[in-house]
Design a protein around this ligand. Structure first.
Ligand code: PAF
Length: 311
């Protein structure tokens, strides 16, 4: 397979300048934001981006703004060398890897120049008033349910950093994974509501052969919990099958799913069947819905979902 050495850009101004030059030459820019530790799921987002654009930018940035103080940002897995090799050989190779140092440091911090990849400093940069960051983007209703209940600052952080990245990269098209269904819907709504000139594409979930949805968090699962975690995709598949066979009562689908995951050793954070656009829970399936689940296996919180359409 052909491979191309991607350009690494770390500075915002350089990134913006590069995109503008490419656009002036008639190219369309596809963008895939990531937090690194790339797996097949990310690579499928890049493949999707190639269908809509001829130049691809991938960002790698672990965004401190979407972690709350009790979530340990410093243990988020990272492997820049491995990521870079993958980005070189996916499709024709991506064009740019944008890896900024600290997107919340505007040069007025007394705590350092922000160039260190010191996670402790990065955590504090969002909360530390000296960094001067005080503007947040909120998608007020869509951010409330599902993951928003247990991760109250998460979507505010995602919407804000994606806004920053969109303003820096200025892409034509951006691709998000449907595994993080709520995140995808929030970005779509934000782009519509704030009139970004960007098309947001949702890309299908990529699963391991045994059904586990791919996630950077999967490496943190012990072998036993990795096995137990298969209960999530099993429960979702069974529910989808039952719904498509005619079971439209959501309680009758949700309760057995919770039971299956709990009996496998998982702690269910939520299991909800929601309408695909509003993400509002429904009692009876009358239009396209999505069954979303978040569950803990040991210290690892996994999310997964399946869209359900009935005729
Ligand atoms: O899905 C992710 O990896 C992150 O939430 C994103 C979209 C890159 C923003 O930090």
């Amino acid at each position: 397979m052909a491979s191309k050495e991607p350009i690494i850009i770390t500075e915002k101004d350089e990134m913006r300048k590069w995109t503008r030059t490419m656009r002036a030459q008639g190219h369309t820019i596809g963008f895939v934001p990531t937090m690194g530790y790339l797996h097949e799921g990310h690579l499928s987002l890049i493949q999707e981006a190639y269908k809509h654009a001829d130049i691809i930018v991938v960002s790698i940035y672990v965004n401190p703004g979407q972690f709350s103080p009790n979530e340990d940002l410093s243990t988020y897995p990272s492997d820049f060398e491995g990521d870079f090799q993958k980005l070189k050989s996916v499709g024709n190779g991506v064009d740019v890897v944008f890896c900024p140092n600290n997107l919340y440091d505007y040069g007025n911090s007394q705590t350092g120049n922000g160039s260190e990849r010191n996670q402790e400093k990065v955590v504090s940069c969002v909360e530390d008033k000296r960094m001067g960051h005080e503007t947040w983007v909120r998608v007020e209703n869509l951010e409330k349910g599902l993951c928003g209940k247990s991760r109250p600052v998460f979507f505010r952080g995602v919407a804000t950093v994606v806004t920053k990245l969109f303003n820096i990269v200025e892409p034509d098209v951006a691709v998000f994974g449907k595994k993080d269904y709520q995140q995808w819907k929030i970005i779509q709504r934000m782009v519509r509501d704030l009139d970004f000139g960007i098309t947001v594409i949702g890309s299908e979930i990529v699963r391991e052969v045994d059904g586990l949805a791919m996630s950077s968090r999967n490496v943190k699962l012990s072998p036993e919990n990795r096995q137990r975690a298969l209960s999530i995709s099993r429960a979702l598949s069974i529910s989808k099958f039952q719904a498509e066979k005619g079971q439209v009562n959501c309680r009758e689908l949700i309760n057995p799913a919770i039971q299956l995951i709990s009996e496998a050793g998982g702690t269910v954070d939520y299991a909800e069947i929601v309408e695909q656009e509003s993400l509002e829970p429904v009692e009876t399936i009358e239009r396209p819905v999505v069954f979303c689940v978040a569950a803990w296996f040991g210290e690892v919180r996994l999310v997964d979902n399946m869209e359900i359409r009935i005729n």
